[in-house]
Design a protein around this ligand. Structure first.
Ligand SMILES: [Zn+2]
Ligand SMILES: [Zn+2]
Length: 71
């Protein structure tokens, strides 16, 4: 695969959208690997800091609330 930005050989894949990027164009972004709910009803997340990000896509910082899933 080639870098999304410069078309040179890529070194990594964006963790969020799957675009390929070279070392020059790879950026970093915290990546949530797992979320869970505590006994108190709080939502917690395990986050990996410095995950590869292509710089193109727009990962949302906050989880989106899904409504009407319990029909
Ligand atoms: Zn590049
Ligand atoms: Zn991306």
């Amino acid at each position: 695969m080639e870098c999304w930005h410069c078309e040179r050989p890529s070194h990594a894949i964006c963790r969020f959208c799957g675009r390929a990027v070279c070392k020059t164009h790879a950026q970093e972004m915290p990546y949530i690997i797992h979320t869970y709910r505590t006994a108190k009803g709080e939502y917690k997340a395990f986050v990996v800091a410095g995950a590869v990000w292509c710089g193109e896509c727009k990962p949302q910082q906050d989880p989106i609330t899904l409504a009407n899933l319990e029909n």
